[in-house]
Design a protein around this ligand. Structure first.
Ligand code: FES
Length: 155
């Protein structure tokens, strides 16, 4: 059985500087641990041959890495300018109300994490909401109960 350490050693071979493998190594660590806990960051650092602080610094720059636990589902509402202009704030508030959380939090049952996010690259289809990494386009506040129900039905 291939271990995380072995997989990272293989990744390192693809880069002239071993520390450049940190992004795929973080992705693997997150897939293994669910989020980048202290243990996950330490394991990543050991496999890369760097420090946990370096791994954390890189991870903290990217929205796709989670330094805290997240729910079984992830709902990310783009609140950047194009989406903001067509009501992203109201969409985010509708999710907060429907899920009974504040943006950045996870529902009490651990089902859904809601968070605002920077531009998802779908500005022409605003408001964009990423639901478990799948994009929903032109989302309006009225669409929110249906999206949440879908997630609850899928659990
Ligand atoms: S501003 Fe929302 S996708 Fe670009």
């Amino acid at each position: 059985m291939t271990t995380y350490y072995d997989e990272v050693q293989e990744l390192k071979q693809r880069y002239p500087d071993r520390r450049s493998a940190v992004l795929p190594a973080l992705r693997l660590a997150q897939a293994k641990h669910g989020h980048l806990s202290t243990d996950a960051l330490r394991e990543c650092a050991e496999a890369i041959g760097t420090t946990p602080a370096y791994c954390e610094a890189v991870a903290s720059f990217y929205d796709m890495f989670h330094l805290a636990p997240v729910g079984r589902h992830l709902v990310e509402v783009c609140t950047n300018i194009s989406c903001a202009l067509v009501g992203a704030r109201q969409v985010l508030e509708a999710f907060e109300q429907e899920l009974d959380v504040t943006a950045g939090e996870t529902t009490e049952d651990g089902a859904v994490t809601l968070r605002p996010i920077e531009c998802l690259g779908g500005c022409g289809w605003a408001t964009i909401v990423a639901v478990d990494h799948g994009y929903r386009t032109h989302v309006q506040p009225d669409d929110v109960p249906g999206i949440v129900q879908e997630l609850r039905d899928g659990d």
